[in-house]
Design a protein around this ligand. Sequence first.
Ligand code: IPM
Ligand code: MG
Length: 359
Amino acid sequence: MSHQLLILPGDGIGPEIVAEAVKIIDLIIKEGADIQYEYGVLGGSAYEKYGHPYPEETQKQSQSADAVLLGAVGHPKYDQLERSLRPERGLLAIRKDLNLFANLRPAILYSELVNASTLKKEFVDNLDILIVRELTGDIYFGEPRGIHVNENGEEEGINTMRYNVSEIKRIAHVAFQAAQKRNKKLCSVDKANVLETTELWRRIFTEVGQEYPEVELSHMYVDNAAMQLVRAPKQFDVIATGNIFGDILSDLASMLTGSIGMLPSASLNETGKGLYEPSHGSAPDIAGQNKANPLATILSLAMLFRYSLNDEKTAHRIEKAIEKVLAAGYRTGDIMETGKKQVSCIEMGDAVIEAMQGI
Ligand code: IPM
Ligand code: MG
């Protein structure tokens, strides 16, 4: 079956890291896979070209693609723009437009990188957590929102945290099914002691849980979850949470693994169509310097093969190649340790390609 991919390099280090993933797509095509791809723009690069961070052109391309690979969006030079034109809005818009409600963020510690973690080895070795973050609801999208002048003539900012039952149910099913395929432990994170939205979240998770008796469901308040993630991260298997808590906890979890430069993500809709992007940002401070770590993007490509193209073999092959490259001592600056070989973004990509030939 022929697959159509859309590649959105984005801003900052986006184009550099995506270029390394595209080399792998080219290799897979050369080996005979029926995949086509085209490029598009999102975020600041889209604003430059079309005056909007998620222009109609990109919308059309995304809608007809089977899967989208994204680098990263954002640059401080756009901070002065009206909010609706800023790069991040492009990202939120494509997530919403494609209904990508299920964001999977695995935090896996590669044994080779155990010393790159800021936590002691015994707390993080063999760490393998999956964060399932709801991505199209919550305070990110809730109305009313905005900054207005209130009745006392004072400026006031408003955002609204809201979830309805169907939104909670569908993410709960994704989380339970993910847990079923792993160690069958699901921790739902909320703030049900204070926020009604998440009181409902807790109730619905408990109800949906009855359909998955083999999965052990627990509930945790988000403040405690943040603490537990640094205190004893290995107690977790799958963590399910809403959009804002998931944003924060996934950055936290990423650092347990040594570098946010290693963390991929998949954002899926109901039919398995997905947007794949590294969990890190556009790192404008190192953009254009051939220094960035392309591995999170390459791992995101592996997730693309797994979830949108149903090609577990290629997904696994890419992941194995990364393990091999790390075992051979190749390190970008963010994961560098004494005694290892520091390489550039391009050299890291080439090393992965080379490792793939043998697998
Ligand atoms: C993420 C990012 C985005 C988010 C930003 C760039 C809008 O932090 O994907 O985690 O908050 O979702
Ligand atoms: Mg984030």
